[in-house]
Design a protein around this ligand. Structure first.
Ligand SMILES: [Zn+2]
Length: 95
């Protein structure tokens, strides 16, 4: 048994003040925004990026409807983030 593993949970709990939690959440949000800006799409969860789906009742392939057979699906908040980003950029260029 390693002593470090036993000492870790109380150490973490003592550092979990509301301020730290807010900071961590803000950092996660910022990371998500950066990720959405850099990579607005992810692999389609329905067809797993295969672009086709196997139909259940017959062993046949069908183009994936969820991603329109592109294999990529937008991240949940990526359209909103991109709209805001380009809006801000546009506004700045006009001043
Ligand atoms: Zn798909």
């Amino acid at each position: 048994m390693r002593p470090g593993l036993l000492a870790l949970p109380p150490l973490l709990a003592s550092h979990l003040t509301p301020g730290v939690v807010v900071l961590v959440l803000l950092a996660l949000a910022a990371g998500y925004v950066l990720l959405a800006l850099a990579r607005p799409t992810r692999r389609c969860p329905r067809c797993n990026g295969q672009r086709v789906m196997v139909t259940r009742w017959r062993a046949r392939y069908r183009p994936c409807r969820r991603c329109s057979a592109t294999g990529r699906a937008p991240r949940r908040l990526a359209p909103v983030i991109h709209r805001t980003y380009w809006l801000v950029k546009h506004e700045r260029n006009h001043r």
